[in-house]
Design a protein around this ligand. Structure first.
Ligand SMILES: *Cc1c(COP(=O)(O)O)cnc(C)c1O
Length: 418
C-alpha cells in the first residue's frame, strides 16, 4: 500500500532476496572462500575439470533456479515458462551452431551420465546388448560398468585397446562387434590420449547393424574448435558433458539424428528426469556463446600445445607416457613403480597440485593403488599458462614424485599466480 510502513513479512522478503551469502550464512560462505583459494592458489591438472567464467556462474546463480519448466520449449506443463522457453531454445540453437550440426539437441540432462542413460533408454529395452571401451582401459562407468544402471539394465560387453600400442584397434573392435552383435556401440573415453576415429566406428556399427553412440564428454571443446575429428554425420547419438573442455557449467547434452528426437526427448523427461535446471541451461547458453567466439578456438589450440609441452618435458625427465604422448588435452603417466598412483596423488595434493590416480592399460595393480596418474591442461590453460609454464609444471611434478620437495611451494605459487 502506497506510503504505508512495510509489513514485517515484506521486509523479511526483501532482505531474503538481497542479503549476500556472507551475511546470510557465514559457514557456507567461508567454505566457498576456502575452495576459491584452493582453486586459485594451486595447480589444477585434473583432466576433466575446467574453470567456468564469471558470466556462466552468474547465469547459474540466477533466479531461473526458481522455475519449474517440465517439458520442452513451447510445450510445458506449467505456466510462466516464456522466459525459460527462450533461454532453452537459445541454448539449443547455440549448441547446434557450436558443433555445426543439424542434429536435434536436448540440453536438459543434469550431467553426462544422465545424457548417456537417456540415449540407452531411448533406443533399447532392458537386456539389450551394448559394446563400449573397458572401464579399466579408459572407458566411463556409464558405458556398462556393473555398479552403474548401464551395466545393470543392459548386457554390457567391452572391447579393449591394442596390447602392443595401447591404442584403439579398429580391426579388433570390428571382430568383437561381429561376435557380440550389440544393439548399440559406444565410442568415447575418460582417459584416452589419442584421437578417436568416429568415421571408422560408424562403419563398424553399420556393418553389424548396430546404432552408434559417440560420447565426447572429454573432448567436446576440441571437437567444437575443429581440433579433433567430429562424430557428427557418423553417429546416431552424440552425448557430452558441458563442464570439461567445453568450459561451461556442470551438465550434459544429448544430440541425435532427427528420427530419434521424440524418443530422446521423452527419455530425458519424463523418462529420466523431472524439471529441467533452467539456471544451468542458461549457463550452458552463455558457455556456448563463449564457444562461438574466436578466443575459444585459440584457447583450445593452447590446450593442445600446452599438453604437448607437458608431455615432452615429462618424457625428457624419464617418465613413460601411455602411447608415448598425446593428441589431446590429457596424458597418462606410467609411474613405473617409482611410486603408486594413490601415493602420487596424495603427495601432489599436499603441494597444492591436483591430479588423479588412474589405471593404465593392462595395469597389474588395483584401481585404488594404480600404476598411473592422469594429467590435463584445460584448467591451467584457462588460467593463462603457456608452453614454458607447462614445462615448469612438468619439472615440479617430476620433483615432487621423486621426493625433491625443497622450494616446491614457492614454485607452485609463482605458477598459480600466473
Ligand atoms: C565425464 C564423463 C562422462 C559424464 O560425467 P558426469 O560426471 O556424469 O557429468 C561421461 N562419459 C565420459 C567418457 C566422461 O569422461
Amino acid at each position: 500500500m502506497h506510503g504505508s510502513i512495510p509489513s514485517k513479512a515484506r521486509e523479511e522478503g526483501r532482505s531474503r532476496a538481497t542479503r549476500r551469502l556472507a551475511e546470510a550464512d557465514a559457514d557456507v560462505w567461508r567454505l566457498i572462500g576456502l575452495e576459491d583459494d584452493r582453486q586459485t592458489t594451486g595447480l589444477q591438472l585434473i583432466a576433466s575439470e575446467n574453470i567456468a567464467s564469471g558470466a556462466v556462474r552468474e547465469a547459474v546463480g540466477s533466479v531461473l533456479t526458481n522455475k519449474y519448466a517440465e517439458g520442452t520449449p513451447g510445450k510445458r506443463y506449467y505456466s510462466g515458462c516464456e522466459v525459460a522457453d527462450e533461454v532453452e531454445a537459445l541454448a539449443q540453437s547455440r549448441a547446434k551452431q557450436l558443433f555445426s550440426t543439424d542434429y536435434h539437441v536436448n540440453v536438459q540432462p543434469h550431467a553426462g551420465t544422465q545424457a548417456n542413460l537417456a540415449v540407452y533408454q531411448a533406443c533399447m529395452k532392458p537386456g539389450d546388448r551394448i559394446l563400449g571401451l573397458d572401464l579399466n582401459q579408459g572407458g566411463h562407468l556409464s558405458h556398462g560398468f556393473k555398479l552403474n544402471q548401464s551395466g545393470k539394465l543392459y548386457e554390457a560387453h567391452f572391447y579393449t585397446l591394442s596390447k602392443d600400442t595401447d591404442r584403439l584397434d579398429y580391426d579388433s573392435i570390428a571382430r568383437v562387434a561381429a561376435e557380440v552383435k550389440p544393439k548399440l556401440i559406444l565410442a568415447g573415453a575418460s582417459a584416452y590420449p589419442r584421437l578417436i576415429d568416429f568415421a571408422r566406428f560408424g562403419e563398424i556399427a553399420k556393418s553389424v547393424g548396430a546404432l552408434f553412440h559417440a560420447d565426447i564428454a572429454h573432448i567436446a571443446g576440441l571437437v567444437a574448435a575443429g581440433l579433433h575429428p567430429t562424430p557428427f554425420g557418423h553417429a546416431d547419438f552424440v552425448t557430452t558433458t558441458t563442464h570439461k573442455t567445453l568450459r561451461g557449467p556442470r551438465g550434459g547434452l544429448v544430440f541425435c539424428k532427427p528420427e530419434f528426437q521424440k524418443a530422446v526427448d521423452s527419455s530425458v523427461f519424463p523418462g529420466m528426469q523431472g524439471g529441467p535446471l533452467e539456471h544451468e541451461i542458461a549457463g550452458k547458453a552463455v558457455a556456448f556463446g563463449e564457444g562461438l567466439q574466436p578466443a575459444f578456438k585459440e584457447y583450445q589450440g593452447r590446450v593442445l600445445t600446452n599438453a604437448r609441452a607437458l608431455a615432452d618435458e615429462l618424457k625428457g625427465r624419464g617418465w613413460r607416457l601411455v602411447t608415448d604422448g598425446t593428441d589431446n588435452h590429457l596424458m597418462l603417466v606410467d609411474l613405473g613403480g617409482v611410486i603408486d598412483g594413490a601415493e602420487a596423488q596424495d603427495r601432489l595434493a599436499k603441494r597444492r597440485i591436483f591430479a588423479n590416480k588412474n589405471l593404465i592399460p593392462w595395469d597389474t595393480r588395483p584401481a585404488n593403488k594404480p600404476s598411473g596418474i592422469r594429467l590435463g591442461t584445460p584448467a591451467m590453460t584457462t588460467r593463462g599458462l603457456d608452453e614454458n609454464d607447462f614445462r615448469e609444471v612438468a619439472r615440479i611434478v617430476d620433483d615432487v614424485l621423486r621426493g625433491r620437495e625443497n622450494e616446491i611451494d614457492a614454485r607452485v605459487a609463482a605458477l598459480a599466480r600466473g
